[in-house]
Design a protein around this ligand. Structure first.
Ligand SMILES: [Zn+2]
Length: 496
C-alpha cells in the first residue's frame, strides 16, 4: 500500500467537496483524506506520475466555482431512523441488498409528489411519453457515454440463440445444480446490444434521430426508471442502482428552451417552499470519470449547465433530489437533430429522483402527517380521497361481468356426487403420488400439502383421468382445477 500526501491551496468548502468527489471518481485510491490544507491518499497499485495527475485535478478545482441561486429559509431537525421506520411500517419491503418494493404510505406519497411534478408539466403543456429502459448501444456511443461515465453502466446480455449455447446455459444454471447468485461471463452470452438507461430524457432526443427532416421542438414529460451501477454504503434509499425519475423536457431553439429553463428554476424554488425543505439550489457538475474530462466538470459549473436541488439530510450532508439541466445543443449535435435549417436542437430538462425526494421529505419532516406543513397536509388529504374514489371514476362494465362469470364457474356449480367417480379418483391419486393414506385423509388433501406437486404432475394426473373417464378436460377447466381430490370428483361427476 502506497501512501502519499500533498499540500492544498486554500479552497472553499464546495471546492474541497468537489476535489473529494473528483478523486473518488478516478477509482484509483483506497482512501482519500482531506485535513486542513493536506490531502492524504493511499493506493494499492502503481500510478505513474501521481503528482502530475493530482496537480491537474487541483488546477481544475481552482477554477471550480459554485453559485447558489436559492437558499430556503426552513430549519428542520432530521429524523434519523426513518429508513428503519419505513421498513417496520412495510412502506418499503427489502427485496435484495439496496433494492426495495414500494407500497402503502410510502408509495402513496411517492405518487402524490409525482402528481405535483406532472401537474407542473401540464402547465407548460408537455406531452407525456413512455421510454424504453433498454437503450441501444448506438445511443450511448453517439453521446460518448462509455468514455465519460463507464462507472454507471450496466449492460444487458442475452443467451445466444443457438442450440449449443442454449443447452449448455440451461444445464449450467439449472436450479438443482448449485446455489448460484451470479451468471459468469462466457461464450454462451451474446454481445450486449443494450444497456439499461442511465437517465431519463435521452430517448426523447434520440427518437428524433429517426425522424429525418422533422424539426425538433416541444415540451415533454416522462416517469421512467433509471439505472446506475452504484449503491449506498448502508443500502438505504439515498442511493439506489435503479430508481424512478420524473423529467420535464424542453427542446427546440435556444431562446425558447432557455425561457422554459427559467420556469424550471421558479418551479424548483416553489418546491422548496411547498415542502418546507431545508436546503438550496446551486450550480453543480456531473461526475465525469476520465481526468481529461475533469475540466468539463469545472466548465459545467462555469456555464451553469446544471443546477442541483440539494436538501439537508443531517450534519453537513446534503442530498440531491433533482436537477435543472441545460445541455445546449449537445444532444442535437450528437444525434444530428435540427431545430430549424440553421440550428441544432437545444435541450433543457428538469429531473427528479422520486425515491430520494420522498426519503428526503420523511427525513426532514417525519412520517406523522400532523407535523407536516399545513398546505401540503391538506392537499395530501384530498389527494388520498381522490385516490380512493379513482376506481369508480371510470367503470369498465365488461370487467365486472368477467368477475360474475368466474363466480359461476365450474368450482361453484352444484353437482351430484358419483361414488364410482370418487373411488376411481382416489385410487388414481394414490397411485400417482405413491400415497399411503386412508380415503378420508386423501379426501382432505390438496396440492399445497404435497411436496412433489408441480404443474407437470398436475398435467400427468389430469391426462390419466381423461383416459379413465374417456373425457377431454378443456384447457380453461384445467387451469381452474386445483386438483384437490374434491375438485376432481366435482368435475368428473358432472354430466357435460
Ligand atoms: Zn434529463
Amino acid at each position: 500500500m502506497r501512501k502519499e500526501e500533498f499540500n492544498l491551496p486554500s479552497f472553499s468548502k464546495e471546492q474541497l467537496e468537489f476535489l473529494h468527489s473528483s478523486l473518488e471518481r478516478m477509482y484509483l485510491f483506497d482512501s482519500i483524506e482531506i485535513e486542513k490544507n493536506r490531502l492524504k491518499v493511499s493506493l494499492s497499485f502503481d500510478c505513474e506520475n501521481l503528482a502530475g495527475e493530482i496537480d491537474r485535478v487541483l488546477g481544475v478545482v481552482k477554477s471550480y466555482e459554485v453559485e447558489t441561486i436559492y437558499e430556503a429559509p426552513y430549519k428542520n431537525s432530521i429524523h434519523d431512523s426513518i429508513h428503519e421506520k419505513l421498513i417496520d411500517n412495510q412502506g418499503i419491503l427489502k427485496f435484495s441488498p439496496g433494492k426495495f418494493l414500494l407500497q402503502k404510505d410510502y408509495l402513496l406519497f411517492f405518487q402524490f409528489i409525482d402528481s405535483l411534478l406532472y401537474s407542473f408539466s401540464q402547465k407548460i403543456k408537455a406531452i407525456e411519453q413512455v421510454y424504453p429502459v433498454l437503450w441501444p448501444v448506438e445511443l450511448f456511443r453517439d453521446i460518448d457515454y462509455f468514455k465519460e461515465f463507464p462507472q454507471n453502466i450496466m449492460m444487458v446480455h442475452a443467451v445466444k440463440q443457438e442450440q449449443k449455447s442454449l443447452r449448455d446455459f440451461s444445464a449450467l444454471y439449472a436450479k438443482e445444480r448449485k446455489e448460484f447468485t451470479s451468471i459468469e461471463q462466457s461464450e454462451h452470452l451474446s454481445p450486449a446490444h443494450y444497456a439499461l438507461g442511465t437517465s431519463t430524457c435521452d430517448p426523447c432526443y434520440f427518437a428524433y434521430k429517426n425522424l429525418k427532416n422533422q424539426k425538433a421542438s416541444g415540451e415533454f414529460t416522462s416517469l421512467s426508471k433509471s439505472f446506475r451501477n452504484e449503491l449506498s454504503k448502508d443500502f438505504k434509499l439515498d442511493r439506489l442502482n435503479e430508481f424512478h425519475m420524473r423529467e420535464v423536457v424542453s427542446i427546440g431553439k435556444s431562446e425558447k428552451v432557455l425561457q422554459q429553463r427559467e420556469k424550471f428554476k421558479s418551479f424548483s424554488k416553489y418546491l422548496f417552499d411547498y415542502f418546507h425543505f431545508e436546503g438550496l439550489i446551486q450550480t453543480a457538475s456531473d461526475p465525469f470519470f476520465t481526468s481529461e474530462n475533469l475540466i468539463k466538470n469545472a466548465l459545467q459549473s462555469a456555464i451553469q449547465s446544471k443546477f442541483e436541488l440539494l436538501v439537508n439530510v443531517g450534519g453537513e450532508k446534503m442530498m440531491s433530489i433533482g436537477s435543472i439541466n441545460w445541455h445546449q445543443d449537445f444532444f442535437g449535435r450528437s444525434f444530428g437533430v435540427k431545430a430549424d435549417d440553421d440550428h441544432f436542437m437545444t435541450s433543457s430538462c428538469l429531473a427528479f429522483g422520486l425515491e430520494r425526494f420522498v426519503y428526503a421529505f420523511f427525513l426532514q419532516h417525519g412520517i406523522e402527517e400532523k407535523k407536516w406543513p399545513e398546505q401540503l397536509r391538506d392537499d395530501y388529504g384530498s389527494f388520498k380521497e381522490i385516490k380512493k374514489k379513482q376506481q369508480t371514476i371510470f367503470n369498465f362494465s365488461s370487467l365486472d361481468k368477467t368477475e360474475e362469470k368466474n363466480e359461476a364457474g365450474p368450482r361453484s356449480e352444484k353437482r351430484e356426487w358419483d361414488v364410482d367417480v370418487q373411488s376411481k379418483i382416489l385410487s388414481s391419486f394414490r397411485e400417482h403420488f405413491s400415497l399411503e393414506k386412508s380415503d378420508e385423509e386423501l379426501w382432505d388433501l390438496d396440492k399445497n400439502k404435497l411436496q412433489e406437486w408441480d404443474s407437470l404432475n398436475h398435467l400427468i394426473l389430469i391426462s390419466s383421468l381423461e383416459k379413465i373417464f374417456k373425457r377431454k378436460v378443456k384447457m380453461k377447466d384445467q387451469l381452474e382445477l386445483h386438483s384437490s381430490v374434491k375438485d376432481l370428483v366435482h368435475y368428473f361427476s358432472s354430466k357435460n
